[in-house]
Design a protein around this ligand. Sequence first.
Ligand code: DOR
Ligand code: ZN
Length: 429
Amino acid sequence: MNRILICNGHIVDPANQVDSIQNLLICGGKIAQIGERIEVEADRVIDAEGLIVTPGLIDMHVHLREPGFEHKETIKSGTRAAAAGGFTSVACMANTQPVADSPEVIRFIRSQAEKSGVANVFPIGSITKNLTGEEVTDVPALLEAGAVALSDDGKTVMNAALMREVLAWSAQLGFPVAVHCEEHNLNAGTVMNLGETSNRLNLPGSPNAAEDIIAARDIMLAELTGGHLHVLHVSTAGTVELVRWGKRRGVHVTAEATPHHFTLTEAAVEEHGANAKMHPPLRTEADVRAVVDGLIDGTLDAIATDHAPHAPFEKAQGMDDAPPGIVGSETCVPLVFTKLIGSGRLRLSEAIAKMTCTPAKILNIDRGTLSIGAAADVTLIDPKREVKVDPAQFESKGRNTPFRGWALRSCPVMTIRGGEVTHSVLNDG
Ligand code: DOR
Ligand code: ZN
């Protein structure tokens, strides 16, 4: 049986309250042992001194684009990007072509992932058929086929009665309903945040209220039904406050923040144009501060990238016409470490929990820990390694990032999935 011994790493396994220098033994694709002294003959010994060793990271919000938009990304390239970013598991959104609104598409994604993926792929089915917001999908059939959540991400389900219906299914069958909160009529035709920058650039902007109105509605519907609401990519101070309010009331609501929303403001649009265009948009300093505060106090449970690759020619169409979204898999860990941990705002173990056991719990997947007997999904991070973001080096097909040229500190140096190395920049890798 293949044995890998990872020596002297700083093991951070929040689910098991481990946060100390230890050795980790992987045997036959499973976590076999953690301890200060492990005496076995291993096939491979990895010196992890100075490195952080975590459960394989989980990105609960990516767009893999397959089927249908393979010119933007494929399951192969998207999971390679994930592995390069330290992720061993991703949950992929339903806005493919065809939409993941049937058991067949869910099964196709799973089988493609088996064939060409280098990360565990957990498909998300759509809430409404063909993402039109008109009719709820066959919920039990999608779950049966392997969907871990339902979401119309990219679009808001505008009909509150349909949201009530799917949240009632959630209460009955126990899965998360992940919502994109942007009131469609307020949002239509907008390309950035409504504010000082949009006024100056004379671009149509979307107000914070577009997000807050839907977040408030859906939290109320989660309370009404008892369903599990997961609020995707929170971008406004108001939505942070609404999620906090919902949690205080005992509503089953979880939420995530993206690296771009906790790092950048609307000012990035001036410098990066369409590479800083996404939905929901980058907001103001006050919103960024509120998102960071929400991560610190636990209002925002998870960190997820919303990795949204688009082809260079599509992003070259300019602010008005370029599709929204930026890539995120390969810049997430450096941004989390530099902006949240390095700045002293978030404790290391809390940040790791938001990318491991917490998303696993939200999605009800058996991942995100280094428990003995668990699948050997492990990420090694060098917290001191300096990186300069160079999109040309991305494994993703997408190059659409506003972080081009940023100098960041820390980087995933080895990713192990089920005992197999899926990415490594270590000399002995
Ligand atoms: O900016 C975005 N891009 N937001 C979304 O919700 C969808 C995503 C995409 O699919 O490109
Ligand atoms: Zn998304």
